[in-house]
Design a protein around this ligand. Structure first.
Ligand code: BGP
Length: 476
């Protein structure tokens, strides 16, 4: 006998569900060298992760201007409000606050900018959610210190957090410590600010860097509770459900091992200690980390909630001849039953319900879906006397994923909210393109840097507005 649900969930989402959208500073702000901002690793990644970082900033880096949110934030937040956003997730650029990462004093101009963003959100009654570190480590901490492989970064991060919590603690309730923390294993420079080429890094280097981030996250969580007792601190995980390619037990065990590589982060964030399977992996592979007694104590400061991004699932196989396919930064074996986006990211709405049940059962912490969406090549067309994008493919993608969030809620999963990724078009993290668009709002800027930067409402803008105003009841 199975326990399959036979009646699809319908109707509105729970009262107070936080609907909104998400972006990251380096992908929207531009003004990369204004307002006293120092360079971040993104300023030397003009091709995202597809090519080696450059020595210094190059003029072909779209993020130098990005979508000019630095100057247009008021207009953009007004558009979010028009859609009915209850929450807006954005990141603070660390190098806007501490230009070199190791400065003794913060840059007041940077703090003033985020103060203005918060004013605007408050004016519209939108709850802010802040990612403290979203793939934008100050360049000096990467090149001058070796990024997160260096224990000193814990102290710099704490200094940065203290400034944010003291300045904005009475205005921001939701904080995320590190974006997609598990991606350090795959993208050491972008995720961990580690400058050495991947091939030269040992597993010990990578896990030591991750350990430093986990300790920094736990210490920030403790500090948050002291400075702003009403705040909620969450971890942020790149969620990637893994399915066995075949029913062979070898594939199933391999799938479990791959899943463990990501679960480990949530396990430590939520349970406050290293799980046995990871300690075994360290033993089996001669990985000997510097973990102090104080670190073990610090790690006990566990998170209040679990946030995650979800774009796709992958398969796993024990057969060495099975090829991995194109996908997001984590790679993986393609699922023969699924379609993919134009960038090869396979579309699997039910995977979202699977991962939500899984995380809830494992950690028993409220969940927040803080990224989800589809990158597509939108075309601006004339309609009803104005310019728009007929992005029915985006509406379908988001509708189908939100239906699965509703299923997970019906399954008993506690869910705080949902923020669609790139609610306004942003520069892509992996490819640094503007043509990979996620937004409800089209931004007239192109891969060659041309464009007016004007904003246009896409068809999905009106659709999301209806979904929010009906609290989810309008989903198909
Ligand atoms: C996540 C990142 C985001 C974002 C998103 C989409 O990995 O947290 O910063 O960009 O993926 O990825 P991409 O921009 O590569 O399409």
């Amino acid at each position: 006998m199975t326990h399959a649900a036979t009646t699809p969930a319908t109707g509105p989402f729970p009262q107070g569900f936080l609907w909104g959208g998400a972006t990251a500073a380096n992908q929207v702000e531009g003004a990369y060298a204004e307002g006293g901002k120092g360079l971040s690793i993104q300023d030397v990644m003009p091709r995202g992760i597809t090519e080696q970082p450059t020595e210094g900033p190059t003029p072909d880096n779209l993020k130098q201007t990005a979508i000019d949110f630095y100057n247009r934030y008021a207009e953009d937040i007004a558009l979010f409000a028009e859609m009915g956003f209850k929450v807006y997730r954005f990141s603070i650029a660390w190098s806007r606050i501490f230009p070199n990462g190791d400065d003794a004093q913060p840059n007041e101009e940077g703090l003033a900018f985020y103060g203005r963003v918060l004013d605007e959100l408050e004016n519209h009654g939108i709850e802010p959610m802040v990612t403290i570190s979203h793939y934008e480590t100050p360049l000096n901490l990467a090149r001058g210190y070796g990024g997160w492989t260096n224990r000193q970064l814990i102290g710099f991060y704490e200094r940065y957090c203290r400034v944010l919590f003291e300045r904005f603690g009475n205005r921001v309730k939701y904080w995320l410590t590190f974006n997609e923390i598990n991606s350090v294993l795959h993208e050491p420079f972008m995720s961990g600010g580690i400058p050495s080429p991947r091939a030269e890094l040992t597993d010990t280097d990578l896990y030591q860097a991750i350990h430093h981030e986990l300790v920094a996250s736990a210490r920030a969580t403790r500090m948050a509770r002291e400075i702003m007792p009403a705040a909620k601190v969450g971890c942020m995980i790149l969620a990637l459900p893994v399915y066995p390619l075949t029913p062979s037990p070898d594939d199933v065990v391999r799938t479990m091992d791959t899943a463990h590589a990501s679960y480990a982060f949530g396990d430590i964030h939520c349970r406050g200690a290293y799980p046995g399977y990871l300690l075994r992996y360290f033993r089996d592979n001669g990985i000997d980390l510097d973990i102090t007694d104080q670190d073990r104590e610090d790690l006990k400061n566990t998170v209040d909630f679990v946030s995650f991004s979800y774009y796709m699932s992958i398969c796993e196989s024990a057969d060495p001849d099975v090829e991995t396919g194109p996908g997001n930064i984590m790679g993986g074996v393609p699922n023969p039953t699924l379609e993919a986006s134009e960038w090869g990211w396979q579309i699997d709405p039910q995977g979202l319900r699977v991962v939500m049940n899984d995380y809830w059962e494992r950690w028993q912490k409220p969940l927040f879906v803080v990224e989800n969406g589809i990158g597509a090549k939108d075309v601006l067309v004339e309609a009803d006397g104005g310019l728009t994008v007929q992005d029915d493919y985006r509406i379908d993608y988001l509708n189908d994923h939100l239906v699965q969030v509703r299923e997970a809620i019906a399954d008993g999963v506690e869910v705080l909210g949902y923020t669609a990724w790139g609610c306004i078009d942003v520069v892509s993290a992996s490819t640094a393109q503007l043509s990979k668009r996620y937004g409800f709002i089209y931004v007239d800027r192109h891969d060659d840097g041309s464009g007016t930067l004007n904003r246009y409402r896409k068809k999905s803008f009106g659709w999301y507005q209806e979904v929010i105003s009906s609290n989810g009841a309008a989903l198909r």
